[in-house]
Design a protein around this ligand. Structure first.
Ligand SMILES: [Ca+2]
Length: 332
């Protein structure tokens, strides 16, 4: 055996060893108190450390936040606040339904101050304080800042900003990416990784067991002591929004307790990476109709005027010819 083939074997072995060490480390850092893994139920019917609200239903293989029915809201919330400064939250989910072209609205993953409040933002309250990652399947906004759907985006709120559904949150989002995660037969995952002050969202939705970065933003400040939750909503359109697992990994190493304490007083904030833009009012569909009709009317008037002109011109010519002939006849 040549020296180079030995070298190749050794480097492959080292790489395998390192990747298995990394996998073991990740496994080692899994925290049960913020995770939800099968079998979900503990003794009796309750799910330890997790509370359920709205249309949420627990089965042995998934937790259904909403069924494929109109006007449903459901959520699950961790009852243990998170005091880790560096973490990764992985969600295995399945969004599917009978709708071929029309379905919605999507679901959201939360790290917020308050919990268990049903509301208009993917089944959770508006004016929240903390982080939201939206997996939006329905395109509410066909305006100039339209993007492809389904769409994954993040929003950080200090409790003062309103989520603008009509524009799919495009005015408050930090970053986002289009991702076709709906109706897949293979498992679909999202990973949210946070460390002061970087937020990174990755997806594994192609069935290749591989993470692909959706976005990474800097300047994101999130306090400790908030709660993890997942919520979903349906409106006129619907889908099954199922959660298969929630896995929380603690990525901290030798953290100074003072640092952790300081982080608990932080107010959520983010240096928006997407440039602020002017809030241009859309023309509501009813007005679009009116604009179209008035346009049509103007067009109609123009045609009418042209016809009248043609009639007058030809009529004039005819009358002129007729009177000329008439004069000739009289002359003879
Ligand atoms: Ca939407």
């Amino acid at each position: 055996m040549t020296f180079s083939s030995w070298r190749l074997r050794i480097s492959v072995a080292v790489a395998l060893f390192l990747s298995s060490v990394a996998a073991l480390n990740m496994l080692d850092s899994l925290r049960r108190e913020h995770s939800l893994i099968k079998p979900y139920q503990g003794a009796g019917m309750n799910v330890p450390q997790w509370d359920f609200t709205g249309s949420t239903m627990v089965t042995s293989n998934f937790i259904r936040l909403t069924p494929d029915q109109q006007s449903k809201q459901g959520a699950i919330w961790n009852s243990v606040p998170c005091y880790t400064t560096k973490w990764e939250f992985q969600v295995q989910f399945s969004v599917h339904g009978t709708g071929r072209d029309l379905y919605g609205d999507g679901f959201a993953i939360w790290y917020t101050k308050t919990r268990m409040q049903l509301g208009p933002v993917f089944g959770n309250q508006d004016l929240f304080s903390g982080l939201a990652v939206f997996l939006d399947t329905y395109n509410n906004h066909n305006g100039p800042h339209n993007h492809e759907h389904p769409f994954v985006s993040a929003m950080v709120n200090n409790g003062s900003a309103v989520y603008d559904h009509d524009r799919d949150g495009t005015h408050t989002q930090l970053a986002g990416c289009a991702a076709k995660f709906r109706g897949k037969s293979h498992p679909t995952h999202i990973a949210i990784r946070y460390e002061p002050s970087v937020l990174k969202v990755s997806l594994d939705i192609d069935g290749k067991n591989q993470w692909t970065e959706c976005f990474r933003v800097e300047g994101v400040e999130l306090p400790t002591g908030y709660y993890f939750g997942v919520s979903a909503a349906t409106g006129d359109l619907s889908d099954n929004h199922d959660i298969v697992s929630l896995k929380f990994y603690n990525l901290e190493e030798n953290v100074d307790p003072n640092f952790t304490l300081q982080r608990s007083h932080i107010i959520p904030s983010a240096k928006t990476s997407e440039a602020q833009r002017e809030h241009v009012e859309d023309v509501p569909p009813s007005k679009i109709g009116k604009v179209a009709t008035s346009g049509l009317k103007v067009f109609g008037y123009i045609i009418l005027i042209i016809i009248v002109c043609i009639v007058l011109i030809f009529g004039g010519i005819f009358l002129y010819q007729y009177s000329k002939e008439d004069r000739r006849k009289r002359f003879y």
